[in-house]
Design a protein around this ligand. Structure first.
Ligand code: FES
Length: 191
């Protein structure tokens, strides 16, 4: 698919475009995009917030572009971005797995559940799989301690999690994905 490089980020994101291509187009347009901000050090945080709002995360190329625009060292941009919890450096996965490590979940083995997800996906908490299907993060109490240990997959609450249930969750996601693909195909072919 050939994309118009003049498309605005929101137009791009409204289209059914591969997320890798979206990022690439947005990042290549960053030098122009940043011109809407004053070229002042004090604009660093608002710029980072806006770029993250558009991209959903802050890749290294974006941090470099911001540093170039503000004419400050990229290490300084990293330093500020990593200081604040609001910034993330990996794209959220299509399926975001949030493992609760609040007190109740921690006591009931939340950290073991987290480790099972990490092993299964071959990534660590805070990371995203290369195909961007899954990301894992730890969260504080999500308000359903009676179901501890708790995991959120997207918006779905999975209570009373156990290591043996981790595999089952992936099977379910795969089945749902295949069903959605079949439905889409039927829709496209008019069957
Ligand atoms: S501590 Fe996990 S839901 Fe409350």
């Amino acid at each position: 698919m050939t994309l118009n490089p003049n498309l605005q980020p929101l137009q791009l994101f409204a289209m059914d475009v591969d997320p890798f291509a979206k990022d690439e187009i947005f990042i290549s347009g960053l030098p122009d995009y940043l011109k809407q901000f004053d070229r002042q050090r004090g604009q660093l945080i608002p710029i980072l917030q806006k770029v993250q709002q558009e991209l959903t995360y802050l890749p290294a190329e974006a941090l470099q572009a911001v540093a170039d625009y503000l004419e400050i060292p990229v290490a300084e941009v990293y330093g500020v971005a990593t200081f604040y919890n609001q910034f993330r450096f990996n794209p959220p996965g299509k399926h975001q797995i949030k493992v609760c490590l609040g007190t109740a979940c921690h006591v009931k083995g939340g950290d073991i559940i987290l480790e099972n997800f990490e092993r299964k996906l071959g990534i660590k908490e805070g990371e995203t799989t290369e195909d961007r299907e899954f990301s894992i993060e730890r969260v504080a109490c999500v308000g359903c301690c009676a179901l501890a240990p708790v995991v959120l997959v997207g918006e779905d609450v999975q209570g009373h999690m156990a290591p043996s249930k981790v595999e089952g969750l992936f099977v379910r996601i795969q089945v749902e994905k295949e069903m959605a693909q079949r439905k889409k195909k039927r829709h496209e072919t008019g069957e």
